[in-house]
Design a binder for this molecule. Sequence first.
Ligand code: CMC
Length: 392
Amino acid sequence: TGYTVFDTGYKNSASCSSTITFLDGKKGILRYRGYAIEDLAEKCLFIEVAYLLLHNKLPNREELESFRTLLEQHALIHEDMIHFFDKFPPNASPMSILSVMVNSLHNFYPEMSADPLENIDMTASRLISKIRTIAAFSYKKSIGQPLVYPRNDLSYCGNFLNMMFNTPVRPYIVLPEVVAALNKLLILHADHEQNCSTSAVRLVGSSGGNLYASISAGINALWGPLHGGANEAVIQMLEAIHKDNNDYKKYIAKAKDKNDPFRLSGFGHRVYRTFDPRGKIIKDACDGILSVLNVQDPLLDIARNLEEIVLNDDYFVSRNLYPNIDFYSGIIYRALGIPTNMFTVMFALGRLPGWIAQWREMREDKETKIYRPRQIYIGFPARKFVSLAERS
Ligand code: CMC
């Protein structure tokens, strides 16, 4: 194959053209549909940003209201799906439950099969609304509490928090500051061009796979610790450092040791060669939300100290390794009461509108071909077949 270019990890390959997200990794710039991430995170609702990603425009009041109504109409999941939760073992990973449940939506809401693009608004709203119900129900099941159903009088984020934390004996007060913090986090995660999970969504969709199956694949790709799973891994790492009497040196040395697979979770990025602009916003938000909730988390100090050490260490400086979005997000999730094993589920909730917008763009693009990379074969040359009886 004279034309095959070897590009392991697709470090230098563009798999598509896209109008959704602009990313300048050298300058640390991120824009959705042309709007600066800083403006969107500060001034928008998550559902406005979801609309922006899906429709290439910020919604006016009327458009936002109809989108909100669609989300309200589709907040429940089919009651039969609730039985699925009972059959998972008690320690099942919330990410595996999420991917299974999202994939199963296709059986309960099969309208996509007829004309995938015609029903995209309905299916997008279904997914965006139902994913938070699925996530909250899986948490309730895992701790053995009764399910809390969605309520139309609550905002998108307020609804999720209420489904997670309300109980029949202790009503959950939905604090506006907590809703605002969650809203910001979801916006910051909403799209990030052709990352691993988005590429998985496009890859499955490129074969004609339905949206639910494609999103389920994205959830599975996100799960890994080098991608969305890093937010969980960061907290585990900070907890380990804490237990080790803040022995930063030990962890820095492990991360530099090429014979040790350990990496500092929450540092480095394929595209950013400077600070991740999303990480900066999250770091600034940490102090505010922790003080509103009166939470003193020793992990925040450990994170700050570790960042300081890394930013002054030649190994990390020479490789342009800076904190990424996952480094501080877990500190906020913890303060909101989200359990560590749900952090990557939170990432999926935020990334969902981006995945759907990318899937739609791919399917509408007449240039789209099935994703099918080539390889450089390095196995045996042709070998003479040996029958079973003659094999040594
Ligand atoms: N700790 C120690 N060394 C690192 C780290 C790290 N976190 N990240 C990269 N390096 C080193 C790596 O060993 C390599 O060194 P050398 O040139 O000597 O071989 C160099 O930096 C370049 O790394 P790479 O693995 O070739 O870079 P990549 O673009 O393939 O990987 C990454 C990007 C994010 C997977 C990687 O930086 C990493 O593993 N980071 C930790 C996990 C993490 O925080 N992931 C979240 C990413 S942001 C949000 C998301 O996508 O979900």
